[in-house]
Write a protein that binds this ligand. Structure first.
Ligand code: CU
Length: 160
């Protein structure tokens, strides 16, 4: 048991370096994180086995939206806001984590938690993400746990 804990800790330390760089590097082309109190609108999203409900959301440019994301399935999921490149990058990060083995939720937590544009939602839990959108564009929300996006666990956000 002790050995396993040490191994997980090792992974956490290995990742913390990249996470710090990553965190400081964040400037989003599609808006910014905001406080829930500034949101005039709540959008509820349910995470099902390998999909989101609803799978499309329309927002106004400049609008602040409080996403309340409930995982009603029996496995953990991720909710990441972003354009196609952000999603692909996050998918690559998660694939790296998965390759190192271990419990993804624990590793995620040990990495310092979520990116500002993402929440990791364990089975049965609810998390929130408040975001102020920028100019009109097409975005995605996606679960980037290996295999989930590919299986259709993604949605579209139209900023108009
Ligand atoms: Cu998922």
């Amino acid at each position: 048991m002790r050995m396993i804990k040490m191994a997980v800790l090792g992974v956490a330390i290995a990742f913390s370096g990249t996470t710090l760089v990553h965190a400081h590097d964040h400037a989003f082309s599609f808006g910014m994180p905001s406080d829930s109190g500034k949101a005039a609108r709540i959008v509820k999203i349910a995470m099902l086995d390998l999909s989101f409900q609803p799978a499309s959301v329309t927002v106004k440019a400049g609008e602040t939206v409080r996403f309340v994301v409930t995982n009603t399935s029996s496995v953990d999921h991720d909710f990441t806001l972003g354009d196609a490149k952000v999603q692909a990058d996050h998918r690559a990060e998660m694939a790296e984590m998965a390759k190192m083995g271990g419990d993804m939720a624990a590793m995620h937590a040990s990495m310092g938690g979520d990116d500002p544009n993402a929440v990791f939602v364990k089975a049965g839990e609810t998390k929130e993400l408040t975001w102020t959108f920028g100019k009109a564009m097409h975005l995605e929300f996606a679960c980037n746990i290996p295999g989930h996006y590919e299986a259709g666990m993604r949605g579209t956000i139209t900023v108009r």
